[in-house]
Design a protein around this ligand. Sequence first.
Ligand SMILES: C[S@@+](CC[C@H](N)C(=O)[O-])C[C@H]1O[C@@H](n2cnc3c(N)ncnc32)[C@H](O)[C@@H]1O
Length: 290
Amino acid sequence: MELTNREAFFKTKEEVKNKNLEISDNEIFLLIEKVNNYQNYTNLVLNFDKNLANINYFNELKERLFNGEPIQYILNSAPFVDLDIYVDNRVLIPRVETEELVTKTRYFIEKLELEHKVIGDMCTGSGCIALFMKKSFTDSSVFASDISKDALEVANKNAKDLELDIIFLKGDKTKPFVNQNIKFDIFISNPPYVQNKNDIEEKVKKNEPMNAIYSEDGVAFYRDVFQNYKKFMNNKFMMAFEINYDQEHQLTELVEEYFPGDKKYMFLKDIYGLTRFLFILKGYKYDQVD
Ligand SMILES: C[S@@+](CC[C@H](N)C(=O)[O-])C[C@H]1O[C@@H](n2cnc3c(N)ncnc32)[C@H](O)[C@@H]1O
């Protein structure tokens, strides 16, 4: 049996409607592009009346989409600022908030002329943060860690594919950095921080690794960093964290407890107006920071 791309699209759109699924036209287009190995939407439009390259493969991908699997896992691709990141179900799909975290971090490094010879990314997952930092600051040495061997395999693949040189370490929280005696100028992390499982969408629960999102004690990762920072940070540094929308109060107490004396810290909001980022600076002239 043969089917044109146009027929495949409208047939699938009809099935989506009949099954009452929350699947957009764009997701169907992306599946058709993947099956035909088209590089972009223009390519699809120009070939819309050509035959679909492989119906069985299309049906296999369609079944996964109908079963609720995120399109990024099906395509093995997620955009992250200007990078195309390989993803599968061993890693969290990079989120827009994390794109904000890294672009803000880059902005502060440049605007405040911060030291950035050595950069650390704890809980690297797909490697998106470390990859972005290395691409932005090619002369920096970038270290990234995760407890998951599976995640580190994905991160390594991304580093190879994107030709970005990153040193990956396996281990719990800050331990790998302490053990290797590394001293960072910039430390950046998006750790697991969701304490209330009701805050996690069903689709996320069903598909993405829970240990990437859930933390029994929502601030455990930040506390570990704050308690041990002298072992892996230089005297002058900036730390940048993605945090949950309800953690400002708890984290303020922790920052005040673990960073007595001179420091500057800022909680920043994301594009939705939620407080989602914490930046801590130590050792700089803070009037420059305001
Ligand atoms: C929220 S995901 C972040 C992934 C990636 N940095 C991003 O922003 O998309 C958290 C990551 O922490 C890792 N992780 C979970 N527990 C850990 C631990 N105890 N020590 C180090 N990494 C851990 C998970 O494997 C996961 O890759």
